[in-house]
Design a protein around this ligand. Sequence first.
Ligand code: PEP
Ligand code: MN
Length: 341
Amino acid sequence: MSGPSVVLLRRGADLAAVVSGLQGLGLWTTTVRSRTGVALRILEHSARVEAAKILQVDGVEDVLEVPSPHPRVDAQAGQGVAIGEPNGATVLRLGGGHPPVLMAGPCGVESKEQVREAAALVAQGGARVLRGGAFKPRTSPYAFQGVGQDGLGWLAEAAAAEGLLVVTEVLAEGDAAAVAEVADLVQVGARNMQNYALLRAVAATGAPVLLKRAPAATVEEWLLAGEHLLAAGAGGVVFCERGVRGHDPSTRHLLDLGAVALVGPVLGQPVVVDPSHAAGRRDLVPALSRAALAAGADGLLVEVHPDPASARSDGPQALDPATWRALARTLGGQVLAPEAR
Ligand code: PEP
Ligand code: MN
């Protein structure tokens, strides 16, 4: 844990009164004793409170602090991440109190036509960012692995035609520059959250990164992966919760909205939710999308396909055009308005 960790008491202070004063600030403690006195250790699940506030509690002498292991991530708290053109003109900001942003598109780029159709569809619904992987990380080596390099060009063209920005995944260090060339936000997938060599290669491009949470990663490990990116030069980190490993196969993963509320509203980091990979089935995506925004997400990353039945990956969870339009209508007032086009 970083931040205040131990509270030292004044000689003769009323222990019970200090404990209850700290509880009033949302700090839960256990008593630790030395031969010369008593101190209070702040427990992990306590609220994050600045030392200056703790020092105001009657009977508190001093506060010991553990330095944060992710100072660069902490420094981007409350700021939001700018997503825009390479010439520096910011097109939009994710987080930092800005309205939530819809990012949508197919799981994978399959053909020029498919991604053009998907771009038109998501733009009509108010999405500002087109998603789609040219390089696909697949659990089976026999499943569709993405169309590769060609897909990056198709994605860029389709997005430009609709005035959308692009988020797309990088799988290999050697592709980082090519992906960053077309992506306004480079996606590092759940499987690669702790692939530090890849994180460094992506960060070296200077692009902002959408960092998915690995299905078994703690929030702290996720923040530290973000620190790797910022320490190596990334132009900002947007955290993306996409479901963690659960025990119940009824849903593909378990959407951790507690982590969203913690990383977003509490820690002030830009955080978006991918309800599609969490659900694994399209009928749950609208409810999870609404829940994600209620938990404080700064955006949604939703899989939408013009014809999910023909999708080469993740068809069951892709929204069909009608379901996408209905969801976009419901969310309308809560997300960044579509650009006048
Ligand atoms: C994806 O976005 O299509 C993807 C592969 O997601 P994840 O890394 O969350 O599994
Ligand atoms: Mn997918």
